[in-house]
Write a protein that binds this ligand. Structure first.
Ligand SMILES: Cc1cc2nc3c(=O)[nH]c(=O)nc-3n(C[C@H](O)[C@H](O)[C@H](O)COP(=O)(O)OP(=O)(O)OC[C@H]3O[C@@H](n4cnc5c(N)ncnc54)[C@H](O)[C@@H]3O)c2cc1C
Length: 379
């Protein structure tokens, strides 16, 4: 058996690529190292720009939906609420969400090997992939194996993404605290230097986390800031909690997204949003782009490579590049950031929400706009 496409990783990017690839008539297989469903360290906040593009109903795995979000800058006085008619953020748990996506791919004839990790790639027009248990032959490989992407390493990529540490806690509270904190999805800027804290209510618990999103080498002690964040949220009585730490790649790779017949998508490519570290929607989107690029090429590698680059450069890469630049101001030039938020906080929160909703991109002329607001040249 020779597969047209073998996808390494059954997260949102891999499942999305698999579904599109199979729907385009390509013989497709997912290789996933865990048995599904599996826990994935993630806040589970799925923004509307991703949700509105979902090709199937996800209501069975929705924990809560928020048509309003609060962005809080240190104190209540400086907090900004935005509201939209559709849910700005949909809360999911990644075990059931990812499992649903893979099940939908399976319904479209995608094969699944689970509990098997990719170990080796022998390149060639027909590549051979070796897992813990067997060998698979395929024409195209899509690397959807997340931040640590072994596939990218095996295929020769050097590390050029900016990797940011984040901590995620799943916390069970008493009923009063759960009710009090479940009225909103909140982002607390300044809960962590060069980062933010989030409180995302799920059906029966809170997903609370802190992340550091600066390229500053000196990383803050996230555990300490998490404890302080619990005080900010006035949480004293924790019934049960589990903690997970991981990294989020928040800048795209600098040495391209295709090598030989290996295509990178999602976190393996560095496609999480540089400002918010929100990665699910771009993971799903990039999976679609890679599958379409391959399908439209009639299995011609050069055409598929050019096609994927063109699709990425149409929207995603320019947006990520602007995001990388903006995040330097947001997380590293704190005085300017706080000045802007103090005076134009509501307007900026509305822009951010429009990006979450998929109604606009980051403004390419942001430098000019900041110069106008700050009143002097800062660049
Ligand atoms: C603490 C934290 C909080 C976050 N919160 C949010 C949030 O609220 N909203 C949001 O949008 N994003 C969030 N993100 C980012 C988001 O989790 C990622 O951007 C997203 O999961 C990327 O999807 P992916 O499919 O590319 O990779 P992943 O979801 O990481 O999936 C990769 C899959 O590949 C499998 N795999 C790995 N190696 C191998 C191998 N060798 N062989 C076979 N399979 C393999 C893994 O088991 C996994 O199932 C958060 C990340 C972190 C760390």
């Amino acid at each position: 058996m020779i597969y047209d496409v073998a996808i390494i990783g059954g997260g949102p990017s891999g499942a999305s690529a698999a579904l599109c690839s199979a729907q385009k008539g390509l013989k497709t297989i997912i290789i996933e190292k865990e048995e599904l469903p599996r826990y994935k360290t993630c806040g589970g906040g799925f923004v509307f720009r991703g949700r509105k593009e979902m090709p199937f109903d996800i209501s069975s795995v929705v924990e809560r939906e928020f048509n309003a979000v609060d962005i809080i800058l240190g104190s209540k006085k400086r907090s900004f609420r935005t509201e939209r008619k559709s849910p700005i953020v949909t809360m999911i748990m990644r075990d059931s969400f990812d499992h649903l996506m893979v099940k939908k791919a399976r319904e479209n004839d995608v094969e699944l090997l689970q509990g098997e990790a990719l170990q080796k790639i022998e390149p060639g027009e027909i590549a051979t992939l070796t897992t813990d248990r067997e060998q698979i032959r395929c024409r195209f490989i899509i690397a959807a194996d997340g931040a640590l992407s072994k596939t990218a390493k095996l295929a020769g990529w050097k590390e050029s993404r900016m990797m940011c540490p984040a901590l995620e806690y799943e916390i069970e509270l008493n009923d009063d605290d759960l009710e009090r904190l479940s009225t909103t999805a909140r982002f607390d800027i300044n809960a962590v230097p060069f980062g933010y804290g989030w409180s995302f209510p799920k059906k029966d618990h809170l997903s609370i986390g802190v992340g550091n999103f600066s390229k500053n080498k000196k990383k803050p002690n996230l555990k300490k800031y998490f404890q302080a964040y619990l005080n900010t949220l006035a949480i004293k009585d924790i019934k049960n909690s589990t903690s997970h730490g991981f990294i989020i790649p928040i800048s795209p790779r600098k040495d391209g997204f295709v090598k030989k017949n290996v295509f990178l998508i999602g976190d393996a490519a560095g496609f999480a949003d540089p400002l918010t570290a929100e990665g699910i929607s771009n993971a799903i989107y990039s999976g679609k782009l890679a599958a379409h690029a391959i399908a439209e090429s009639n299995m011609n590698l050069e055409k598929a490579r050019v096609n994927y680059d063109e699709k990425l450069n149409d929207k995603l890469i320019p947006e990520l590049r602007t995001g990388v630049e903006m995040s330097k101001i947001f997380y590293e030039r704190i005085k300017i950031r706080d000045f802007l938020l103090n005076f134009y906080g509501q307007r900026l929160a509305e822009v951010m929400t429009d990006v979450f909703m998929g109604n606009r991109s980051y403004p390419h002329d942001y430098k000019k706009k900041i110069r106008e607001k700050v009143g002097k040249s800062i660049f």
